[in-house]
Design a protein around this ligand. Structure first.
Ligand SMILES: Nc1ncnc2c1ncn2[C@@H]1O[C@H](COP(=O)(O)OP(=O)(O)OP(=O)(O)O)[C@@H](O)[C@H]1O
Ligand SMILES: [Mg+2]
Length: 277
């Protein structure tokens, strides 16, 4: 494996779009190991209809990955206990189970998708992607296939193992392939001044610059206890490098019909558009 510097490779004739299917959309985050199959089917329909020429799909862990990762403290690293090692494999297995549902549904909708396990080609160092080969992904895009990745339990050169979030993957792939746009789906309309699930009436942010986002980042607390990768606060930190690289990023509500379709097509849609300036 080759060490990859954070640089743009591209070489693709059309800039790709990177789509994140939030675990909060494709699973019931409050019910362990419960996928939201009707949502996955509808999203597959929207992706198929949008017919984006170069597309990379990444999905989150939802009540599959996060539940297992929390139970076995995978994000804390390997403590040398056999039970935790088994937990590492179980967390990866839970992600494969969820990934299979997404994969099968996308294929049923004639999307030429190829699933790649991040743990099979990425090694992190203190939670950050350090060793990774982009070649299979580039080849898949070259032939018009849709690479499908996901947040995963991965090996870490400092910690033994850790959790690599789908959000970190999204930003890293978008930067490397010089993406046209990032579309991140969650179970809310976009970014608010505070968690809309908590008491209070936070303001909705429809447009946001990097400067404003950095301000918000300090304000937004990590409120989601079941998300081991930091919920919305973690998501913002991961997305910032891609926005710094000039990639427009749209956060939309994937639980509402047509939002992802419109976001993929670049049509006007309710959501939060984050741009560098
Ligand atoms: N300021 C905010 N604006 C919008 N949502 C917020 C905010 N603060 C916290 N949230 C919460 O963030 C959640 C989405 O992030 P979360 O990490 O839980 O989902 P996800 O990324 O889709 O899941 P996964 O990590 O499994 O892919 C929403 O359900 C919302 O309640
Ligand atoms: Mg998350």
């Amino acid at each position: 494996m080759k060490r990859v510097k954070p640089m743009k490779a591209s070489g693709l004739s059309i800039k790709p779009t990177v789509l994140k299917l939030g675990g909060s959309v494709i699973t019931h985050k409050d019910k362990p190991l419960k996928a939201n199959l009707p949502a996955i089917r509808r999203l597959a329909e929207e992706i198929a209809e949008a017919k984006i020429p170069q597309l990379i799909v990444v999905h989150g862990g939802g009540s599959f990955g996060h539940t297992m990762a929390k139970e076995y403290a995978i994000k804390e690293g390997f403590r040398g206990e056999a039970s935790q090692l088994l937990g590492f494999t179980k967390t990866h297995q839970a992600m494969i189970t969820l990934n299979n549902m997404v994969l099968e549904t996308l294929i049923q909708h004639n999307i030429p998708v190829m699933a790649i396990a991040p743990s099979s080609f990425i090694i992190s160092k203190s939670d950050r992607i350090a060793n990774m080969t982009y070649k299979p992904l580039k080849r898949l895009l070259d032939i018009g296939a849709v690479p499908l990745l996901y947040g995963d339990a991965v090996l870490d050169s400092d910690k033994g193992f850790t959790i690599l979030s789908g959000d970190q993957l999204v930003a890293s792939l978008a930067i490397y392939f010089d993406a046209r746009r990032i579309v991140v789906s969650i179970d809310e309309d976009g970014l608010f001044t505070a968690d809309p699930k908590k008491p209070g009436r936070p303001d909705f942010i429809s447009k946001c610059t990097l400067r404003k986002l950095r301000k918000l980042q300090r304000q937004i607390k990590s409120t989601n206890t079941c998300d081991v990768t930091g919920g919305m606060q973690g998501k913002i930190s991961e997305l910032i490098p891609a926005i710094e690289a000039g990639i427009p990023t749209l956060i939309v509500n994937g639980t509402i019909s047509r939002r992802i379709y419109k976001a993929l097509k670049g049509e006007k849609v309710t959501g939060t558009l984050i741009q560098k300036e």
